[in-house]
Design a protein around this ligand. Structure first.
Ligand SMILES: NC(=O)c1ccc[n+]([C@@H]2O[C@H](COP(=O)([O-])OP(=O)(O)OC[C@H]3O[C@@H](n4cnc5c(N)ncnc54)[C@H](OP(=O)(O)O)[C@@H]3O)[C@@H](O)[C@H]2O)c1
Length: 303
């Protein structure tokens, strides 16, 4: 029977360690690590994300602040805010909430964040350090996935890994991080030919596509480890019913929608381990932001 990789348990374990470490940093240096989040505009999903990050930071004893710019903000205004935080000795970690409103230049903003304060690891310098396996911090979602594997003592050295999706947020850094852990990695995308054959050879699949139930049971090698990054808001009852998966049915019955993964739950039975949605990878991502904030603080203060 397949084992569930429970992201909530892993997150709670990490958070317990963070509380202690943050308290000990405070005792040693007289201050706590600080995370400053910039949000532009009032997109409800982004607002909800930043509020939940702030709440978690406070729960763990970090200082956090939210800087809100109007949707009408210009590139120059956003850059001026980032520069101010780059220069502020109280700021250890800077996050620009994505996506930015249309018209703003995402790369200009990410390029402007000082690499030593780049908590999301989306700056080109940070991504280059991941490529070279020289980085102390990693983008939160793939970093959380490695923590899950570690928590369950899953050694991936020598395994065939298939990562589906090549965003700079998940898929690309994930492929490098798995390679740095000595997996043999295939990075797949929408132009991949014969994706099913690639997936069927994979001992571990990381699905980060954004398509509900995309990875079907027929695509999965028996005994594979399945890591589902996808978070798809599905309000189509017939689609949800087609997955025959109780957690999604229950969510739909209660809320009129379910957050559905990229992996068809029918594939779980044949797997050795799998992350559920929700309660798998997504449960780790905000916690890894706090891990990164602490690490940047320690690097900056040599604490
Ligand atoms: N759990 C978390 O904490 C977390 C964090 C971030 C994202 N997510 C979720 O993860 C999913 C992916 O998000 P993202 O931002 O990483 O990716 P993204 O920027 O939305 O890009 C999707 C990727 O999937 C690939 N793709 C699309 N259709 C495909 C197909 N038919 N076959 C193979 N590849 C295909 C695309 O290929 P091309 O490059 O060729 O277009 C692209 O690389 C979303 O559901 C998102 O909500 C979850």
């Amino acid at each position: 029977m397949a084992t569930i990789l429970d992201g909530k348990i892993v997150a709670e374990t990490i958070q317990a360690g963070l509380v202690q470490e943050i308290a000990s940093c405070k005792a040693r240096t007289g201050r706590v690590p600080g995370l400053d989040v910039i949000i532009v505009g009032s997109d409800p999903a982004s607002q909800a994300y930043v509020k939940s990050k702030e709440k978690l930071a406070q729960k763990l004893g970090l200082r956090s602040s939210l800087i809100e710019l109007p949707a009408s903000a210009t590139d120059s205004e956003l850059l001026a805010t980032i520069t101010r935080l780059n220069d502020d000795p109280q700021t250890d970690a800077i996050l620009v909430q994505l996506p930015l409103p249309a018209g703003l230049d995402t790369w200009r903003a990410l390029d402007a964040i000082a690499p030593g304060k780049d908590v999301d690891c989306f700056n080109p310098v940070s991504q280059g350090m991941i490529l070279l396996n020289r980085s102390a911090i990693f983008p939160c979602t793939p970093a959380g996935i490695l923590r899950i594997l570690d928590h369950y003592s899953l050694d991936i050295a020598g395994l065939n890994a298939a990562v589906i999706g090549r965003s700079f947020i998940v898929g690309k850094p994930m492929s490098l991080m798995l390679s740095n852990r000595h997996a043999t990695v295939t990075l797949c995308h929408s132009k991949a030919r014969d994706l099913e054959r690639v997936l069927r050879q994979a001992d571990i699949i990381v699905a980060a596509i954004g398509k509900p139930g995309f990875v079907t049971p027929a695509m999965v090698k028996p005994g594979a480890i399945l890591i589902d990054v996808g978070i798809n808001h599905v309000a189509d009852g017939a689609l949800i019913e087609s997955f025959h998966y109780e957690p999604w049915r229950t969510s739909f019955a209660k809320k009129g929608f379910a957050l559905v993964g990229d992996i068809h739950p029918g594939a779980f039975n044949a797997s050795s381990y799998y992350t559920p949605v929700p309660g798998g990878v997504g449960a780790l991502t905000p916690t890894m932001l706090m891990v990164n904030t602490l690490e940047l603080f320690k690097q900056r203060l040599h604490a």
